[in-house]
Design a protein. Structure first.
Length: 148
């Protein structure tokens, strides 16, 4: 989930200024409608799949829109109630950065997307740590024992 990975995949991966949560508590509102960890991990997998299906070399504008649409869907799901504040801040930053991409973003613009401040990197690291602990199935290649 590292923003640096986004930069690599946006030239790589999925990073502005449009908020993704209404109260900082998980994107979808209060704790009553916060997703379960399973739903959150499923949304991250769908995000990764949507993002991975896009080809920036084929059509960069379509790629940018696909990534932004995937970030919108991820923001709609939100985050689990038990997500630590710093990881929540990392999630918000990550999604906001992606949603804030200009429709006319160039490959050169994407190359610099991983350039974040130390404070922002700490938030992204907290998000990475939370995702690694909560969604271990997302680290690396899909496990062959998982059903399709």
């Amino acid at each position: 989930m590292r923003l640096g990975l986004l930069a690599a995949s946006l030239v790589l991966v999925a990073g502005g200024a449009v908020g993704c949560s209404d109260d900082g508590g998980g994107g979808g509102g209060g704790a009553d409608d916060a997703p379960s960890a399973k739903d959150f991990c499923g949304a991250l997998k769908e995000f990764r799949d949507d993002f991975g299906a896009a080809d920036p070399k084929k059509d960069l504008k379509v790629y940018i829109q696909t990534v932004k649409d995937a970030a919108d869907k991820l923001a709609e799901v939100g985050t689990p109630e038990d997500m630590p504040g710093d990881a929540q801040d990392g999630f918000d930053f990550y999604v906001e950065t992606i949603k804030g991409l200009d429709d006319n973003t160039t490959v050169d613009d994407l190359a610099g997307i991983g350039q974040v401040s130390d404070e922002e990197q700490k938030k992204l690291d907290a998000l990475d740590e939370y995702v690694a602990e909560t969604c271990p199935q997302l680290s690396g290649e899909p496990d062959s024992s998982e059903s399709p």
